[in-house]
Design a protein around this ligand. Structure first.
Ligand code: NAD
Length: 514
């Protein structure tokens, strides 16, 4: 992957006498060092050390990225749909053949285990595959003879330059929720990845160049709030697709709207799993462990609260405890089950919730601070943590923790469980575990959440459907990928056409009627 070597110490986070590689921007089909002298640290979380730096854009860098995308737009828009799709086919083949390289990059900057990194690439690849068939979804409507001799039809056309701003936890998959559809539909893209794991985006830029994408159609702008604000305010940027925490999602939604942009902003989550007494407890325990601790709990669809309808809690907790004891924690390159957290700061924040739980009278069944990792002692380690009897007034319950901390709340009935879920501010994902089809059907009808699993703990819809939550988990009315993604990245035109025949004509000042 392309990097440039820094010669002066320009770190935003303090002096360091070294010459680490700086992850560059990717603009107009090439690595672009940018004019900003600010950089951010990029860690290898399993080693606990800074291994690279990342360029942090200034206003001139924003202008360069948007300028490249603006210049590329007319020719890309006018290229036939078949040719645009052909690029996506080539990109898909290259990605499939070389995804191991991308997984290694993700693991080295995010920390998740290699198999999980490959998993996120596969889910992103699904959207690329969806985009290879975009011609089907871009078909317009046609009504013949709506008035005498008059036909009406609709067209879907690209917006222009679109901005994508992504979080640290899925450096490949989340950008891929958006850019394949945006590009296949004829838009040009500026992606602002998380500054915590910026290299995957540049690797994707290189792959697109190899796939034959014209320069400037896909650009990567590295940076922080300066880059984000630059995109939000730039008049050439027609839309913003954001994924990240709720406070920033709300800021993005409001600011982008103020600047006249179309915006979809996906926020945080606190996903509950409702367990009914008739559920298969071994399946539930497997699912809770997989969904609670996979990717160290740094997934927006992670299960963070098990809502156990009594009398199942004791038996379930025993099973979960047994499974936690069998998990290996360590360097994601060493075939462990769970890797480190993304930064020391984040690890410490997540660990602080264990003290809050103790102070609030909860029962810490497994304390992840007692972890013995298969990895460097300086890595950002926190083992799986299980907390029972979490009071719903505790910050452990009310806040998104975004780490390997699984809470258990005990309730007396299905109704109490659903009421608890519906009282939450987030509405991203939820799941019910039961063998009662009637209860599951009632749950999917009553629960106020955007994505629901029935005996499926992480109900991420496949690419042909759309991904997004309700409540504070999504600002805007359009979800990611599927039909809603196509709608977001295109604007509709309605054409009313009459080809005159000699029998029509004459002056008529009335409003057109049929
Ligand atoms: P974050 O909100 O800190 O950052 C997301 C993006 O916003 C990054 O690109 C970052 O550079 C930028 N950003 C951060 N602070 C900003 C500011 N003050 N002004 C402008 N831009 C700013 O989120 P994160 O920590 O990278 O990711 C974790 C969060 O993302 C969690 O809350 C998680 O639930 C959420 N998430 C949600 C979904 C979903 O589908 N709803 C998916 C993945 C992650």
């Amino acid at each position: 992957m392309t990097t440039t070597t820094e010669t002066a110490d320009t770190s935003a986070t303090g002096a360091r006498p070294d010459s680490l590689d700086v992850v560059p921007h990717w603009i107009a089909g090439a690595a672009f060092p940018g004019s900003s002298t600010r950089t951010g640290d990029v860690f290898d979380p399993a080693l606990g050390t800074v291994t690279k730096r990342v360029a942090l854009a200034d206003d001139a860098d924003v202008a360069a990225a948007v300028g490249a995308a603006t210049a590329a737009f007319p020719a890309w828009r006018d290229l036939s749909l078949a040719r645009r799709q052909a690029v996506m086919f080539r990109f898909r083949e290259l990605l499939d053949a070389r995804k191991g390289e991308l997984a290694e990059i993700i693991t080295s900057e995010h920390g998740k285990v290699l198999s999980d990194a490959l998993g996120e690439i596969s889910r992103g690849q699904e959207v690329v595959e969806f985009a290879t068939g975009l011609a089907h979804h871009l078909k317009g409507e046609f009504s013949e003879n709506v008035s005498t001799g008059v036909d009406v039809y609709s067209l879907r056309q690209p917006l222009g330059v679109v901005g994508v701003i992504s979080p640290f936890n899925f450096p490949a998959m989340v950008p891929m929720w958006f850019f394949p559809i945006a590009i296949a539909a004829g838009n040009t893209v500026v992606l602002k990845p998380s500054e915590k794991d910026p290299s995957a985006a540049v690797w994707i830029g290189e792959l697109f160049r190899e796939a034959g994408l014209p320069d400037g159609v896909f650009n990567v702008l590295q940076g922080d709030k300066v880059a984000v604000d630059g995109l939000l305010e730039h008049p050439e940027v027609r839309s913003i697709s954001f994924v990240g925490s709720t406070p920033i999602a709300q800021y993005i939604y409001e600011t982008a709207a103020k600047h006249g942009k179309r915006v979809q902003a996906l926020g945080g989550a606190k996903n509950h799993m409702l367990v009914l007494p008739d559920a298969d407890l071994d399946l539930v325990a497997d699912s809770a462990v997989n969904a609670g601790f996979g990717s160290a709990g740094e997934r927006c669809m992670a299960i963070s609260v098990v809502v156990a309808v009594e009398p199942v809690a004791d038996a379930l907790i025993d099973r979960v405890k047994q499974r936690i004891a069998g998990l290996t924690i360590g360097d994601g390159r060493r075939s462990c089950d769970m890797g480190p957290l993304v930064t020391r700061q984040h690890r410490d924040k997540v660990a602080s919730y264990i003290d809050i739980a103790l102070a609030d009278g909860a029962d810490v069944v497994v304390d992840g601070r007692d972890v013995h990792p298969d990895g460097d002692p300086d890595g950002f380690w926190l083992g799986p943590t299980l907390i029972d009897r979490v009071p719903t007034s505790s910050r452990v319950y009310t806040e998104e923790i975004f780490g390997p901390v699984l809470s258990v709340v005990r309730v007396a009935s299905y109704e109490e469980g659903v009421a608890l879920i519906n009282a939450g501010e987030f509405g991203n994902g939820t799941a019910i575990f039961t063998n009662d089809g009637g209860a599951a059907r009632r749950f999917q009808n009553e629960v106020q959440v955007g994505m629901i699993g029935v005996n499926v703990p992480i109900p991420v819809p496949v690419a042909t459907f759309s991904f997004g939550g309700w409540g504070q988990s999504l600002f805007g009315d359009t979800k990611a990928h599927g039909a809603e993604g196509v709608k977001f990245f295109t604007q509709q035109k309605a054409v009313t056409a009459r080809w005159l025949d000699p029998s029509h004509g004459g002056v008529d000042l009335g409003f057109p009627q049929n």
